[in-house]
Design a protein around this ligand. Sequence first.
Ligand code: FES
Length: 328
Amino acid sequence: MFNPRKYAFGLVNCILKNGGNIYENTKATNIKFKSGFYYITANGRTIKSKYVVLATHFPIKNFPGMYFLKMYQDISYVIAVKTKSKVFDGYYVNESSPNISFRNVYEKNGENVVLISGNGHKVGRAISDKDSYKFLEDIAKKLFGNYELLNKWSTQDCISLDKLPYIGNFSKILPNIYVATGFKKWGMTLSNVSANIIADKILGIENKYEYLFKPSRIDALKNSKAFGEQMKETVYSIALNKFKIPKETIKDIKKDSGKIVMFNGKKVGIYKDTAGYCYMVKPICTHLKCELQFNQNDKTWDCPCHGSRFNYKGQVINNPAVFDLRKL
Ligand code: FES
């Protein structure tokens, strides 16, 4: 167990000390290959580069590679609680379902801060009347009695069909572009593995672990059950769902919740806030046009196809989508 924030600062300092630069708030939205170089569109400008590492969580480039056919995303919920009770030391994860993990953060003046996380599901499959955070709070209550809720949030990760990450060449037909994804929530470890393999590839050094994670392996697709489910979800959400006409109207939406309803003869996604103000969006994902579902836990629009997420105002908060929803 280590402090990831301190660790990230260590990496940042190392990059800066060695003459590297880090650009925040620079969102890549497109990548094109021409005459041996990549041209990356970011914030309306173009960056030219010989090498590209797609460490964008879900790759933002759809073709070639087609990672959207061989990966899905799972969401986990997290709460941070403060308690005066005695807590465990370390980091634990259960092996039954739903998966829950526990980690103590610090102890100060007899008070402990603990993270409880898990209770996840595939993105876009939130059950509307199930409060995932309350489930975690019930565990906190059972373990510690009295506690103070400090914060809550959700996070998600990509999972390949054979559960191993994709690390290495993004595609056989494009040179010098690499991918690191599908960490299945083991990103602290696998990001280091990826960094070593991809750095070696760029420097032309053989890496004996590379073959294990080759993105072009076909074993991932041999998991036909997972592949079939992925295809079914995509077809259903891209095509079939769109013909469904919702029976409900704007009046049927309770305060602080959201739904897809008919409004002025059109299907719209509406979130009604606690004051009754409505935020309307076109509920179609800007990645490959699947129909979105409302996630009541976080008040977000989630995509069941490949896991993009948008806040209720329509801003994209998780890729592979890179563009916001249309506001209505
Ligand atoms: S994430 Fe691919 S269609 Fe929504």
